[in-house]
Design a protein around this ligand. Structure first.
Ligand SMILES: [Cu+2]
Length: 175
């Protein structure tokens, strides 16, 4: 990591010097800032991932079950309100006990979390997930760590379902 730091400092200097030499004064600062931000971004992303894998992802997960619809085919999430803490690890178990297909769609929420995996049947999916479709009798497990606090909307976008009340919200708080 030390080597990385020196290399990073060296590259920053080279870029700053090159930019100063090539450009007129008014635009110089802007370009240096842009290059600096780019380097920072490249530098910071692996660090965030490394921290997540070493600490946050080793915590025992809190299990939460959300039912999409119910045996009476009512169009609702049960529960329809979730409260989560940023930095904790969760195992969200989604079930669909109804005879209808449903979605768990919460795109802004999905952008504010780190997804470790989604498991469905014998398949495990890694990486960003934005919505999950559950066929009748379907089950899935979403393991993640919330990162960004906020109040996020949840809905099932199948025609008529949102309108009938198949909506909810997910609150991520920092404490
Ligand atoms: Cu639905």
């Amino acid at each position: 990591m030390k080597v990385c730091k020196y290399l990073y400092q060296f590259l920053t200097k080279i870029l700053a010097v090159t930019a100063s030499a090539c450009l007129q004064a008014p635009r110089r600062n802007y370009v240096i800032l842009t290059l600096f931000l780019c380097l920072n971004f490249i530098n910071a992303t692996p660090a965030v991932a490394a921290n997540l894998s070493s600490d946050l992802l080793k915590q025992p997960a809190t299990e939460i079950t959300v039912s999409l619809g119910n045996a009476a085919n009512e169009l609702k999430f049960e529960p329809n309100h979730l409260e989560l803490l940023a930095g904790k690890r969760y195992d969200l178990r989604l079930t669909n006990p109804s005879q209808l297909k449903h979605y768990f769609t919460a795109k802004d929420f999905a952008d504010g979390i780190w997804t470790q995996k989604v498991e469905a049947g014998k398949v495990e999916i890694k990486g960003a997930i934005h919505e999950i479709e559950l066929k009748p009798g379907g089950e899935a497990e979403w393991v993640f760590v919330p990162l960004k606090s906020g109040i996020y909307g949840l809905r099932c976008p199948i025609a008529g379902h949102t309108e009938a009340g198949m909506i909810g919200n997910i609150v991520i708080s920092s404490n």
